[in-house]
Design a protein around this ligand. Structure first.
Ligand SMILES: [Zn+2]
Length: 150
């Protein structure tokens, strides 16, 4: 179990991270608005670069909104008193690990296990597609037609 001081520390860390994310999201938003206003009359080279920038920004915001959700649920777990409980094995997650990564739901052991699984999946899950497509057009075509005469 965490001491009240440790819980307060985690709350601080989580709220600071949340503030930072909201600030970044706001800046991203004003960037998009500027882009819309300035879009008329640009030449096309400029525009394709902006497209790229824009989609990068969108991806970033996607990632951030996911993180925001994680922070919120970490705050909920903090209130419920379960923030230091590993989701896989119910062991305690170390306080130092929580301060470093307050949105984590796994103890270091389970986290490493998962990362290893993910790596194995990424390495082994490829290939095998497209090989069945070689040869064989439609239909035989040469089979003798049995036409009854008379
Ligand atoms: Zn665990």
């Amino acid at each position: 179990m965490l001491t009240p001081q440790q819980q307060e520390k985690l709350r601080e860390v989580l709220l600071a991270e949340k503030q930072r994310l909201l600030k970044t999201a706001k800046e991203g938003l004003s960037f998009s608005m500027n882009r819309d206003r300035g879009a008329i009359g640009r030449d096309s080279i400029d525009e394709s670069m902006e497209e790229e920038l824009f989609s990068t920004e969108l991806r970033l915001r996607d990632r951030e909104s996911g993180l925001l959700g994680k922070i919120n649920s970490a705050l909920e777990r903090l209130d419920a008193g379960t923030i230091d409980q590993c989701e896989d094995c119910d062991e305690e997650i170390g306080f130092r690990r929580l301060v470093a990564r307050p949105v984590t739901t796994l103890c270091i052991g389970c986290k490493e296990e998962r990362e290893q699984e993910e790596r194995a999946e990424a390495a082994g899950g490829r290939g095998g597609e497209g090989l069945g497509d070689i040869g064989g057009g439609p239909g035989g075509g040469d089979e003798p037609a049995v036409v009854p005469e008379d």
